[in-house]
Each structure stands twice: as C-alpha cells, then as structure tokens.
Design a protein around this ligand. Structure first.
Ligand code: DAH
Length: 333
C-alpha cells in the first residue's frame, strides 16, 4: 500500500513541472489532498492493517504527504516570482522619453527676475551681496541708524512688532537699512555691498503699497568717499540696469541715517522721471554704531523698492498684481 502511495506521490510531483499557472496549481493541490486524491485510499487502508503495523504506515503516509506539500509550495514560489517579473515588465515606465510638450515649464516671478538682475548689475560693478534677518531688534532697525526711541521718524515707519521678549524690542524689519549695521559690524572696510531683501510695514494693500515688499540696500565704506562717488554710482547703475539713454538726478531730502541725504530719480529716454529711492552720506553716528571711525572712513548708502522697479520694467500698473499669484498674469512675463 505504501509503495503504491510512493508511486502516486512521485507522479503528482513529476506532474508539477508541467503546471505553469497558479490557478492550475491550486486545482492540482485540491485534487491531491481531496476526497478522491491519492491519499484518501491509503487513509482508509490503514484501518485494514494489523494494529502493530498502523503506526509505521501512518508515519509513512504523513511523510509522503509532507513531500508532496513541499513540492507544491516550491512550485508556487517559482510561479509567483515569474508572475511578478511579467507584471514588472508590463508596468515598466520608460523615463528616457518624457513628452516635453505636455510638461508645463514655469519661470521665475517678475520680482525674482528683477531681484536677480539687480544682483547681477551690482556684482558686475564690484559689489558683494549681503543679507540680514527679517525679524530684527529695534536697535538694528532704528537706534543704530540714528533713530532713537523718541525720534519722530519712528512714526513714519508703520512697524509690525513681534510678540517676543520685552515689548517693542523685536520687530519685522521695516527696511533693509539694518543690514548696513550688520555688515559694518561684520566686515572691515573697504565695504562695497548690496543687500536685497523682504521688508514689512503695517500698511493696507493698494495699487502702490503692500504690507510686504522688497528693497535693495547699498552700502559703500572706504577712505575718501564723497557725494560725487554716490552720484556716479547711481548714474552707472541706472545705465547698467535700465539701458543706455537712462540717467539720474539727486534731490535734497532728509533721512536720519545719512547726512547730507537725497532722493534720486531715474530719467527715462522720453524725458519723464521715476522716483526711485533715498540715499546719502552715511551719518557719523551710524558709522560709530557699526564700529567704524568716522575720522578715518566715510561712505554712502542708498535704498529703493524692488517691486516698483519690476512694475516699471514690465509695465504693470497695480502692485497687488505681483502678489495675487494668478498664473494667467504671471505667465505673460
Ligand atoms: N531705508 C529707507 C526707507 O526704507 C530708504 C533709504 C534712504 C535707504 C536713504 C538708505 C538711504 O540707505 O541712505 O525708506
């Protein structure tokens, strides 16, 4: 009986080589171990054996059953691996050919474009780029710039204060001028830097104002720097950024951090003027706050809004357009 069983089992195992799919394998398995399977007769046959032979026969049957089970499991693993490979092949993505016409390619925002172009122009003129934090102390934003606590100029900046530490001491910088102080404390003269950055004011948004906007600050500290160097630098910048035919003029003004101070305008080739920003010779108190001896060094500073420049360059009327992030608007530039 056991010999017959071995022969049957060997036939089942040999047949597995021809099974090439998992469903068929499942059927083979059910048949082998089911009611009509090769084992069923043997189980019944045990009853007919002498009691002392039953134990050995039972063990042999279990052993044979185990061999068939193991062979089926091994075949299942092989078939599953093969099925996975077929699936992977079917799902393979060819990443070497992405249809370019379907891919939407964006570009830098026009404020970023203006910012980067300005950096290029000033780096081309020998300036280095400086940076400062957007959250400032009132010392860097005001005191060190010759604007003491009671100074009326503080009211001119609609300052947003940060709820941190002593009240009124931490703020969102209202201009990029505090980077002047940080640069002077950080570097020895000669200093030729520009600091583009984001600034904040408690302003209601309209066509010409935003509570968040961008400025570019310039600072030059060296021996024998005069107002003529300032005027020449602004003139050179106007031509380099706007193109030939543009020129500039200075008009007297007042800023606490410069003495004398001026506003500067850029003249377009059609003769019209664009008011651009403020400038002047760095005030001795500001030099001292920056750790620089006013007897030895002098310098000039200037600052202007990047957003307004971008508006003008791209012929946009309303500052708010720059911040709505409407792709239909932005993709024109
Ligand atoms: N910080 C000034 C502002 O935000 C702009 C400015 C004026 C910057 C004169 C300067 C300067 O460096 O010299 O309105």
């Amino acid at each position: 009986m056991i010999d017959q069983l071995r022969t049957d089992a060997a036939a089942v195992i040999a047949g597995l080589g021809d099974v090439t799919n998992l469903d068929v394998l499942g059927e083979v398995e059910r048949e082998a171990f089911g009611k009509t399977g090769f084992l069923s007769g043997a189980k019944k046959g045990i009853g007919a054996l002498a009691p002392e032979d039953r134990k050995d026969a039972g063990r042999a049957i279990n052993e044979i059953r185990g061999e068939v089970e193991a062979a089926i499991a091994a075949r299942r693993t092989v078939l599953k691996d093969a099925a996975l490979i077929v699936q992977f092949e079917a799902e393979r993505l060819d990443l070497t050919e992405i249809p370019s016409s379907d891919a939407a390619v964006g570009h830098a925002h026009i404020v970023t474009q203006a910012w980067e172009e300005l950096e290029d122009v000033f780096v081309g003129m020998g300036f280095r780029i400086a940076e400062g934090p957007e959250v400032e102390t009132d010392w860097y934003n005001f005191d060190a710039l010759n604007i003491p606590p009671s100074h009326p100029a503080r009211d001119g900046f609609d300052t947003l204060y940060v709820n941190h530490g002593e009240p009124g001491k931490t703020l969102l910088r209202t201009h990029t001028s505090p980077v002047q102080i940080r640069t002077m404390l950080d570097q020895e003269p000669p200093i030729y830097t520009v600091a583009p950055g984001r600034v904040f004011r408690r302003d209601t948004a309209d066509a010409t104002h935003m509570p968040v906007f961008h400025q570019l600050e310039g600072l030059v500290i060296d021996r024998n720097i005069s107002l003529a160097d300032l005027a020449g630098t602004i003139e050179a910048f106007a031509e380099a950024y706007f193109g030939p035919g543009f020129s500039s003029r200075l008009r007297p003004n007042h800023f606490p951090f410069t003495e004398p101070s001026a506003e500067y305008d850029i003249q377009r080739p059609d003769g019209s003027w664009l008011e651009l920003g403020g400038c002047g010779m760095v005030h001795p108190n500001v030099l001292r706050a920056g750790g620089i001896d006013p007897e030895e060094y002098s310098g000039f500073a200037f600052g202007f809004g990047i957003d307004r420049l971008a508006l003008m360059k791209f012929g946009v009327e309303d500052l708010r357009e720059l911040f709505t992030n409407d792709v239909r608007f932005l993709s024109q530039f």
